[in-house]
Write a protein that binds this ligand. Structure first.
Ligand code: ATP
Ligand code: GAR
Ligand code: MG
Length: 395
């Protein structure tokens, strides 16, 4: 049965709505438009990166279920693609019941919108190995949790990403400061935190896992370095031992099978001397996966859009070792310029992506450099040099 679709902006168009319009959504919109899909980008602020390339854009508080329902019912998209975790996911579950398609599933979006849902699924339901953890709703409960887990431990808002509100508690005297930092940094200002035992990992990876009509497939492992809970650089491939690969793929398959649907999942894993630990999973392209724009025949964004649309993914090819390195702002500014692009692009086998975010905030990711080379060490050095060539000049 032919299930084709018309061109964008026609009555028979196939429509995709991104909930979240940052740098990852921007690349997904570009890939969707390559497949002739009409794209709508939604986020909490105007002129977000994906809004600048989508057919239409809306500014909506996506944590407000009624406002979210209104924009979805107005546009009636064929598929809804959550791009961030801070969304009224209960509304997505209702809308899915009413016949809307949510990628990969509304349940995946709801379970991963906060750390408790996905941690309990992974550790308690699936029995996957994780760091020890507790939850706390008050400062006193946090004190008790730290007393049980010991220090150092990691305190994170129950809903946040890119390390926002996350801190390492190294002594009892730091507990209140960690609590306050989490209360300020959480996405939805929910007063609940997760406390995790500190994992002394050898390295950490993202195993991009694609569920599609063709089955489950893994991208080559992506190594990354994080600072203050946010990724600074990533590289692909990251070498794993046979045992690590076996454990990593088993964990990724278990958690993505449990979440279901079609799309790409960013499965974050700690490689420790005792084995592989599950950290978290994002049911969408992953920031460390931007490196795949330079290393793979199909980037994580092309893979996500294909899978979400129900198209096959017959193969994923790693074409070359590569690396990414971010440019982050060091202050808040309404007016700024990014310079040094000509210096970065003078480097061989190097690209940059300037996201187009309208204002800077301290620590905000504003651009990324992508480099390829004969090995990941060379690629990392090149990407770092390119990122360090970029300058943020604040007016
Ligand atoms: N229990 C832990 N022990 C040691 N390091 C940790 C622990 N949890 C997190 N980290 C470090 O902090 C980084 C960010 O943590 P996490 O991924 O939970 O935060 P996040 O806000 O969800 O980030 P993102 O959304 O970018 O993935 C991890 O990649 C790791 O480097
Ligand atoms: N680790 C998650 C992640 O990287 N998410 C990406 O960052 C954007 C928010 O950036 P902002 O906070 O600078 O607007 C999100 O929209 C997504 O593209
Ligand atoms: Mg993470």
């Amino acid at each position: 049965m032919f299930n084709g679709y018309g061109s964008p902006l026609t009555a028979k168009a196939r429509k995709m709505m991104l909930l979240g319009a940052g740098e990852l959504g921007k690349e997904a919109v570009i890939e969707a438009q390559r497949l002739g899909v009409e794209t709508i980008a939604v986020d909490r602020y105007a002129n977000a990166p994906a809004m600048q390339v989508a057919h239409r854009a809306y500014v909506v508080d996506m944590l407000d279920g009624e406002a979210l329902r209104r924009v979805i019912e107005e546009e009636r998209p064929d598929v809804i693609v959550p791009e961030i975790e801070a969304i009224a996911t209960d509304t997505l579950v209702e809308l899915e019941r009413e016949g809307y398609r949510v990628a990969p599933t509304a349940a995946a979006a709801r379970l991963t919108m906060d750390r408790e849902g996905i941690r309990r699924l992974a550790a308690e339901k699936l029995g996957l190995p994780t760091a020890p953890y507790r939850f706390a709703d008050t400062l006193d409960e946090l004190r008790a949790a730290v007393a049980e887990l010991g220090t150092p431990c990691v305190v994170k808002p129950i809903m946040s990403s890119s390390g926002k509100g996350q801190s390492i508690c190294r002594a009892e005297t730091e507990i209140e400061a960690c609590w306050n930092y989490a209360m300020e940094g959480g996405r939805a200002k929910k007063g609940r935190v997760i406390v995790e035992g500190f994992v002394t990992f050898e390295s950490e990876i993202t195993l991009l896992t694609v569920r599609s009509v063709s089955g489950t497939a893994f991208c080559a492992p992506i190594g990354h370095v994080q600072k203050d809970g946010d990724y600074i650089e990533s590289w692909q491939p990251h070498a794993l031992t046979d045992r690590e690969r076996e454990e990593a793929e088993a964990i990724a398959r278990a958690v993505t099978d449990a979440l279901g649907g079609y799309g790409i999942y960013g499965v974050e894993l700690f490689l420790t001397k005792a084995g592989v630990l599950f950290s978290e999973v994002s049911p969408r392209p992953h920031d460390t996966g931007m490196v795949t724009m330079a290393t793979q025949d199909l980037s994580e964004f092309a893979l996500h859009v294909r899978a979400v649309l129900g198209f096959p993914v017959p193969a994923i090819r790693l074409l070359t070792p590569g690396a990414s390195h971010t440019l982050k702002a060091d202050r808040d500014a309404e007016s700024f310029r990014i310079g040094g692009v000509e210096r970065a692009l003078a480097l061989p086998n190097t690209q940059v992506r300037l996201f187009g975010k309208p204002v800077t905030k301290t620590g905000r990711r504003m651009a990324v450099a992508l480099s390829t080379a004969g090995n990941t060490e060379e690629a990392r050095a090149l990407a770092r040099q390119a990122a360090e060539s970029l300058t943020l000049e604040y007016d």
